[in-house]
Structures are given as C-alpha cells and as structure tokens.
Write a protein that binds this ligand. Sequence first.
Ligand code: F6P
Length: 329
Amino acid sequence: MERNINTIGVLTSGGDAPGMNAAIRAVTRSARYHNMNVVGIMRGYQGLIEKEFVKFTSSSVSNTIQRGGTILKTARCGAFMTPEGRKTAYDNMVEAGIDALIVIGGNGSLTGAQLFAREYDIPIIGLPGTIDNDLYGTDSTIGYDSALNTIVECVDKIRDTANSHDRIFFIEVMGRDAGFLAQNSAIASGAEAAIIPEDSTDVDQLAEFIERGKRKSKNSAIVLVSEAQKNGVGGAFYYAERIKKEYPQFDARVTILGHLQRGGTPSAYDRILASRMGYAAIEALLEGQRNIMVGIKNDEIVYVPISRAIKMDKPINKELIAVLNVLSM
Ligand code: F6P
C-alpha cells in the first residue's frame, strides 16, 4: 500500500553497536534528499513514550560516521513491551506528525517493532543494528564486523601471556544466545577452539578440545567461549572451573571482554553497510514497503519480513566449525 510519507522518525534501541551513527546519518540524509522531515527519537522506544523528539537536519548528522555508540542514545524499554506503552507511543507519534518509523536495533528491538506494527497502522522499517549478528535474513548486522575486529585485537594481546606462561585462556565474548562472534573471532585470531551454543549439545566441547590439544601437544591455548548459557552451563568461568577439577595439570585463566566489544570506532565495512542499509530503508519506504528489515545477502540489499528476521533461527555455517578445527592443528 503506497501512501505519502512526509515525516519519518528514527530511533536506535537495545544495545548500542558501532555503525549505528552511520545508519542514522544515512537515513537522515536520504530522507532529506527526498524532502521528508526527520525526527530523531532519543533513547529508543523510551523517547517515543516520553516525547523526546528532536528535529533532524542534514547537519545534525555531520561528523558522526566515525563515532561509536549512538548519538540518539539507546535504551531497553520495558514499558514498550506493554499495550499501554505502545498506545502512548502511537498517540505521541500521531501528535508529532510522524508517518513512519525507522528502528535500528537487534532482536528485542525488532520484536517490539513487530508488535507495534501489528497493532497500529504504521510503516516500520528495521535496520539490523547489533554486534550479535543473530538476525535471520542478513549476512551481517551493523556493528558485528567492528566487534569482531575489537575481539581479535584483544585476543592477539592475550596470546602473548598465554604463550609466555603456557596457559589456557578462556576468553568470553558477547553474542547473547548466538555464537557468531565466538566462532569467527576464533578463526580470525588463530585460536585453538570456540565453544558456541550452536555446536552439538550432546558432545562435551571441553573434553573434545582437551583431547585435540593432547594430540597436538600444545602447551598454551586460546578458547573463545560464547557467553550463552544453557541450564546454567556455559560461560568462561564454568569451563575454567572444570579445568581446575578435571584437568589440574593445566593452568587456566579467564578473560571476560564485556562491553569493550561494543565500543569504539566502526570499521570501514560497518560504515559502508550502515550507509547502504540506511539509504535502502528510505528507498523501501518510497516503494511502499512496510514492516520489513533491510538485510544484506551476497553483497545485495534485501528486504526480509521483520517477523522472519526475529525468529532466532539464523544458522551458523557448519563449515566455519570445520575450518577452525582443521586450522587450529
Ligand atoms: O545484544 C547486544 C549485547 O551486547 C549482547 O551481546 C549482550 O548479551 C547484551 O547486549 C548485554 O546487554 P547490556 O549492555 O544491557 O548488559
């Protein structure tokens, strides 16, 4: 259904991710190019509920493409997950004359967008902004590449100590329930193993890793561990404790990289991705698209229904597991 869109609202929601500013910039400048008004909504859905609206011009986004975090600020908004919160948000949008919404965020944020779009007649376009890379229908999310680079830089440093002391380091990385960051940073840093939730749950990944290590007679090792836990099992401390009890001959240490992974200047890849996606979001609106997420597949921009993107079933390419196992020999 085509309709006139004069004013768009743009917000960032959930965890910040490097490249969000590049996306805001692209959305703002593309919309202004088509003479649409742009309203920056502060603090995600919280700002929609509390009417934290700022008029955006092209110069509002000057000098932002290289900055990490989000100039619109962000929040995880419990109130928006209630029907009352969404009603207030909708009334505020109508009052401010906002005809369409661009939501830049991860799984939780797009789930909120999906609920909102079901209840109210608003075109919503989602942009995948999260370091977790856990949205279906896109090869990469905005922020994932930058976070990977940050992790690899840290692991390179930790390896000096691992080598010098003959230690096993369990390095815990973010990703919520997904192992993309752990698996790919393990490959990129030449780590000995990755422990990720997508790998078979029947196999004890720690025992398997120790067995492999014995065969290879390595004295030091780096294991990238996804933060995901299942029934209290998982995380770097869990595996380090097990080493202490089950393999006391090894000297194990833990590093939790934490929010270090979310900060910093976005990589060139993320800046380009965010710019292409922000531009595509406005094109999509002009084409009459609604309730889709902009994704990238084989370097082509694609539109995915938001309902599909958030299903939490993006698979990890099994080849990545084989690559790490073979190359860590
Ligand atoms: O979704 C991004 C993310 O960084 C996850 O990887 C992590 O589990 C979570 O957010 C941490 O959230 P918070 O910053 O609210 O502690």
